[in-house]
Design a binder for this molecule. Structure first.
Ligand code: HEM
Length: 488
């Protein structure tokens, strides 16, 4: 490690920021509990009382230090707890809620059509929406699987006494896949590094740095550019240490009360994304045939899947290993991120519409000047049985997608609507993001292009099928423990 600091790197209030935001829980088992407010006055007090139970960044980092020293297991022995509150729920309990972010203000049930989700009635969503599964509050529990339900029961009992009712409960687990999502690919390989130091330890950067500070954009490690914390947590400088969103530090709203309440908090996107593994595999088979018919030799379903993701199942990027998977490369956290698309501007090695290229153009072509302002802190976890446990196609399985950012409209929604669902952005052409498989802003048909060696019209596969089915969720605010306590 070569820990250096940039000028002006802020000290982060890691004793108040929720642990999943900046440290990430990344446990094998999690349990999500939704609550609906029945009595706003009592709910406000219950939320304030919960402040002392929230797991902070310091708690998670402290555990990791002990685990590294061999004094703790990798997984926490107790249950970690984090919380998100919807904007309408903040307003209902009389908390400051004048956030600038239009997406957060409106909530997912009023925004899902913008995202290109298939038509659905939010009242019937299994998570979120205005019906019985409304998510005024989302609790995120992480820890040993045997301890999670009992802790959830305890919290629900106290919530009931505090004017809230349980509206949703769902476990997430990475076992037995351990980091592999249901389509069979390693997930969570690439995350932005966050600038700033750990509170109370001004010499200790929150993201350890393994390479020297020599690049125009400072990097924590290969393929891991450092992003200013104001992109993810309110109250800190945004990307480039530049004024952003109305001030030198990121603000939540024009109103000072909301901005003060939002300090050290973050906006949380929660989406229940059901994955139809059978539909994805059928598309890979027909797509492969189609490409062969167009004269593309050597295509296989495995290769097509890797081109659609931009990585092989092991996590090895197709840019670095174009012809086949390379498990050693995939297992190497540094090497598997040590690439960009600057020398592959036409997508000859990694297609322009590959998932990882759509959502993170790295140094390749892009229609925005600062793509690092579009990064997310992803904290999702699979739900439902893995194919290896239950091969049936009718099983409800998928991804509980979570991301933290300071602007849902400019970050999460921008990636979904402006890049993934657009056939021409960010790189000018190339088709749609076929991993996520939403219907796209321009109609149900989605195209995916592979350049033809020597030029000419690209090889193209098209589909109107969907294998990721959005089934609700909510846009929430993850307050600091101080903000929660201020509701007393
Ligand atoms: C069920 C749906 C999804 C699946 C199966 C999926 C799968 C994957 C996989 C396999 C990777 C590569 C591993 C990695 O780089 O960490 C990845 C990366 C990524 N995904 Fe997704 N994803 C899904 C939905 C989404 C959504 C909805 C978004 C955001 C709107 C998103 C944003 C990202 C980002 C930002 C990366 C990192 C790219 C990079 O930095 O190189 N994903 N995803």
């Amino acid at each position: 490690m070569t820990d250096w600091l940039l000028d002006g790197e802020p000290e982060l209030a890691t004793d108040r920021i929720q642990g999943n935001v900046l440290a990430g829980f990344f446990t094998d088992y999690q349990l999500f509990v939704g609550l609906r407010i029945a009595d706003a006055g009592r709910a406000r007090r219950w939320l304030a009382d919960l402040a002392g139970e929230i797991t902070t960044v310091d708690d998670v980092l402290g555990h990791r230090l002990l685990a590294r020293a061999g004094e703790e297991t990798r997984e926490p022995s107790g249950v970690w707890l984090n919380i998100g509150v919807a904007c309408s729920a903040l307003a209902a309990v009389g908390a400051p809620s004048a956030f600038d972010d239009v997406a957060f203000r409106e909530g997912l049930a009023r925004r899902f059509r913008i995202l290109g989700d298939p038509p659905s009635d939010p009242a019937g969503w299994p998570a979120g929406g205005p019906g019985e599964h409304r998510l005024d509050v989302l609790l995120i529990l992480a820890g040993p699987p045997a301890a999670l339900p009992a802790r959830a029961d305890e919290l629900v009992a106290s919530a009931r006494a505090g004017g809230l009712e349980e509206s949703y409960r769902e476990p997430g687990s990475t076992v037995p896949g351990r980091g592999i999502e249901h389509f069979g690919f390693r997930d969570g390989v690439s995350q932005p590094g966050v600038l700033g130091t750990v509170g109370g330890a001004p010499d200790r950067p929150i993201t350890r740095r393994s390479i020297p500070d020599e690049r125009a954009v400072p990097h924590a490690g290969p393929g891991k550019p450092l992003v200013w914390p104001g992109e993810f947590v309110f109250g800190y400088p945004g990307q480039g240490n530049l004024p952003r969103r109305g001030g030198p530090v990121s603000r939540a709203g024009d109103n000072d009360e909301t901005t003060a309440f939002a300090l050290d908090g973050s906006l949380l996107v929660f989406r229940r994304l059901r994955q139809d593994v059978g539909a994805f595999r059928r598309f890979l088979a027909t797509g492969t045939e189609d490409l062969r018919r167009q004269g593309l030799d050597g295509m296989t379903p495995e290769r097509l899947a890797a081109l659609i993701v931009g990585r092989w199942p092991s996590g090895a990027p197709v840019t670095r290993s174009p012809d086949q998977d390379d498990p050693d490369l995939g297992a190497d956290r540094d090497r598997s991120n040590d690439f960009d698309f600057g020398d592959d501007v036409h997508g000859d090695r990694c297609p322009l519409a590959a998932h990882i290229r759509k959502v993170n153009p790295r140094a390749g072509p892009s229609d925005v000047s600062v793509p690092l302002q579009k990064r997310l802190l992803r904290r999702g976890i699979p739900y439902g049985p893995f194919v290896s446990e239950n091969p049936s196609e009718d099983v409800d399985r998928g991804l509980l997608f979570l991301s933290y950012q300071c602007s849902i409209a400019d970050q999460f929604e921008f990636l979904s609507t402006d890049w993934m669902n657009s056939p021409r952005r960010p790189a000018g052409s190339g088709g749609h993001d076929l991993v996520v498989g939403f219907e796209g802003a321009e109609g149900r048909r989605r195209d995916f292009d592979l350049p033809r060696p020597g030029g000419g019209p690209p090889f193209r596969v098209s589909t109107t099928e969907e294998w990721v089915l959005a089934e609700g969720g909510e846009y929430l605010f993850a307050p600091s423990t101080a903000a929660l306590a201020s509701l007393a």
